[in-house]
Design a protein around this ligand. Structure first.
Ligand code: DHB
Length: 394
């Protein structure tokens, strides 16, 4: 009896929610345009939230907070990178605050948790951080301004075998983006004649890398390929060096998530020479990036912008331009249409929001950690132009 009551209550609230979500948003008529920015502001992924919020506020400071006659209101919510919280916050933002766009999403499970709500309410969802390939397929309302792990991992699968790395062990965080990095790096590396001796996966929460690194040592590969999410790279680097892996002749290669600009400068000289593949470096030598880094650091004196910041900055650009194109009059569908196909120069280089996949197409760079003016940077030395997410080419 009680159980049936519970089920009925759950069913009723699900119906109430879907009705609330399907109602047109009031703010299409109002003079404000609300962006609900859901980010991990506390917990293990807090640096992602800090970087994206700072970049979004910089974009607004540089481009004004009134667009097409609408006052832009940024509502920042902390989901602690926990999908149940993301879902509740997305629901509250859509139903109560009547936001025009939801954005942010620091990790893949958070982006996936919000996707059904974006679909039901026809609210564009701008994914500024999360990078598992399949995310854009979770809702037709998702547009991505970050990157995908297949996009950056394939570049390393091409570079490594041409540069003396004939055998590897892979070590990835055990969830969506880690699985993508492992698969797309390994496939490409093997296609180029490389040998993958072992594939190791570490838990996402509070990983202890020591037992995994011991296994790597025993396998004696030419290199260890790593993906861990933003914020976890410094721990990998520290343990890699403490365990003398480099002295044992094992090179570290990775996606740029490991030599994250948010942490790189504190990793010490042991990080010098590490080669990674990624879409953004604070040292990217374009006029636009120099201006971006300077303005970011002026507004946030203790921070260096990382790839998360650029995902947030460009995500705001995509939203602002869609609002301009629709002259402030568009609902979710019109905004979404105006987000698709945008082509622009980002601090990372030229980018395109692919109209078919709603995913970002961008240049991917090979970079080496070097010292410049006494600071550690990912210095780009090669580029693969206009890379589409290889995860979509199934
Ligand atoms: C994801 C999170 C990260 O911090 C990162 O660097 C790459 C991917 C994610 O959860 O999708």
């Amino acid at each position: 009896m009680q159980r049936r009551h519970l089920i009925q209550t759950a069913a009723l609230s699900a119906i109430a929610l879907s009705i609330a979500l399907a109602l047109p948003t009031a703010s299409a008529q109002s003079n404000t345009f609300k962006i609900g920015l859901i980010l991990p502001m506390t917990g293990q992924q807090a640096s992602t939230g800090r970087q994206i919020e700072a970049a979004a506020r910089l974009y607004m400071a540089q481009n004004g907070d009134t667009v097409a006659g609408k006052k832009i209101e940024l509502i920042v919510k902390d989901d602690v990178a926990t999908p149940d919280i993301t879902k509740r916050l997305a629901q509250e933002l859509i139903v109560n605050d009547k936001v025009n766009v939801i954005a942010g999403f620091g990790v893949t499970p958070a982006a996936l948790a919000a996707a059904p709500l974006a679909t039901q309410s026809k609210t564009p969802q701008v994914v500024m951080a999360a990078a598992t390939s399949s995310i854009t397929e979770a809702s037709p309302y998702i547009v991505r301004s970050s990157f995908t792990l297949p996009q950056v991992s394939v570049a390393m699968g091409d570079w490594a075998p041409k540069n003396g790395v004939k055998s590897v062990v892979t070590l990835v965080a055990d969830y969506g983006p880690g699985n993508d990095a492992e698969k797309f790096f390994s496939e490409r590396f093997q296609l180029n004649g490389g040998k993958v001796l072992d594939k190791l996966r570490v838990p996402l929460r509070n990983p202890d890398f020591a037992p995994f690194l011991q296994k790597v040592r025993d396998a004696k590969p030419d290199a260890l390929f790593v993906f861990v999410p933003s914020g976890a790279g410094a721990a990998v680097m520290k343990q890699f060096l403490e365990r003398g892996m480099d002295k044992a002749g094992i090179r570290l290669i990775a996606t740029g998530d490991v030599t994250d600009d948010d942490q790189l400068n504190d990793m010490g000289d042991g990080a010098l020479g590490v080669v990674t593949s990624h879409h953004y470096s604070a040292a990217h030598p374009s006029a636009m990036n120099k201006k971006f880094v300077e303005a970011f650091q002026k507004a946030n004196p203790k921070m260096r912008p990382n790839f998360m910041a650029v995902g947030g900055y460009d995500g705001m650009r995509v939203i602002y331009e869609a609002l301009k194109t629709t002259k402030g009059q568009g609902g979710g569908d019109a905004l979404l249409a105006a987000m698709k196909g945008q082509v622009f120069e980002s601090p990372r280089g030229p980018v395109l929001i692919d109209a078919q996949t709603r995913d970002i197409v961008q240049d991917v760079y090979l970079r080496k950690v070097e010292k410049k003016d006494g600071q550690l940077y990912n210095v780009e030395f090669d580029v693969i132009k206009g890379v589409k997410d290889p995860g979509k080419a199934k």
